[in-house]
Design a protein around this ligand. Structure first.
Ligand SMILES: NC(=O)c1ccc[n+]([C@@H]2O[C@H](COP(=O)([O-])OP(=O)(O)OC[C@H]3O[C@@H](n4cnc5c(N)ncnc54)[C@H](O)[C@@H]3O)[C@@H](O)[C@H]2O)c1
Length: 277
């Protein structure tokens, strides 16, 4: 898809981070962006930023983890706009460090509803109208944690591996149709993903340590994802850390395991230092 002018684009989780900056960039290119988020305040801020640039947008308060809300949202979009050209499943949540034994099952289920089922339900709800368009794109947000497993983050890894599996399978199912499918794997991006998450302990120190390791801005990440939509890329690594992780997971999974355990020990040590400073 070379041109977003006059395209109708749904972006979930557009009240913050990468979703916000994709919305601003796509609206500036002439798209009508239909933005959803559970956070109304964040959505309104994004809307004001778009309208300052004279872009066209509409906002919807939707919990992507709630099946009924997702299908009602899609029905109201289709009733008003008849179709959409691009669906960007971006909304997601994180969870603080907790082992499998520590994690409350309700939080595990909530995270899977938001990060995995949100993507699946939006795709099912919009696919038929997207198949009627001359060209269309579905963009699903996985993570580098959809490429490798890490300790104390099982629910997040499960959800992002699931998004990758769903997206890769869907891409093959839709081969030969007008709908391109892209799987997005961000590395560390400077957004509110960690501060917005559920935390069990050391929230401030965890957020501070995350802020120290992120290397790509949300706006730069948005530009990379948009370029991948234009190129109909199957998969996009967002940031140099993501590219390195992908290379390492393909080259030497055993080295990746060793590096993960060492990085986790470093992260914990520096987080402990943050707590005491
Ligand atoms: N920031 C990173 O380092 C990073 C790395 C890999 C993957 N990701 C993924 O990128 C995507 C975008 O996240 P971000 O980094 O911009 O974070 P962010 O927290 O800044 O933005 C995520 C948005 O999703 C919304 N959201 C959360 N739960 C929701 C729900 N139930 N219903 C509707 N909206 C909901 C939040 O309110 C927020 O506005 C997420 O899927 C995240 O998992 C982020």
């Amino acid at each position: 898809m070379k041109n977003f002018n006059q395209k109708i684009i749904v972006i979930t989780g557009a009240g913050s981070g990468m979703g916000r900056y994709m919305a601003i960039r796509l609206a500036a290119e002439g798209a009508t962006v239909l933005l959803s988020d559970i956070n109304e305040e964040g959505l309104n801020e994004t809307k004001s930023m778009i309208e300052e640039g004279k872009g066209l947008c509409k906002t919807y308060k939707v919990d992507v983890g709630d099946k009924e809300q997702v299908y009602a949202f899609a029905a109201s979009v289709i009733a008003e706009f008849k179709y959409i050209d691009v669906l960007i499943n971006n909304a997601g949540m994180s969870i603080g460090e907790a082992t499998l034994n520590e994690i409350p099952l309700a939080d595990f289920e909530k995270l899977i509803n938001v990060n995995m089922w949100g993507v699946i339900h939006h795709t099912k709800a919009f696919l038929d109208v997207m198949l009627t368009r001359p060209e269309a794109a579905i963009v699903n947000t996985s993570s580098v944690f959809g490429l490798m497993g890490i300790p104390s983050q099982i629910p997040y890894c499960v959800s992002k591996f699931a998004v990758r599996g769903f997206t890769d399978s869907l891409r093959l199912e839709l081969k030969g149709t007008n709908v391109a499918v892209t799987c997005v794997h961000p590395g560390g991006i400077d957004t509110n993903i960690v501060s917005n998450g559920i935390h069990y302990k050391d929230k401030e120190a965890t957020v501070a340590q995350f802020k120290r390791v992120v290397i790509t801005s949300a706006d730069k990440a948005a530009a990379i994802i948009i370029s991948a939509i234009q190129k109909k890329s199957k998969r996009v690594m967002v940031g140099p850390d993501a590219k390195l992780i992908r290379f390492m997971t393909q080259l030497s999974p055993n080295t990746v395991d060793r590096v993960i355990l060492k990085r986790k020990a470093d992260f914990d040590r520096k987080k402990a230092l943050n707590k005491t400073t």
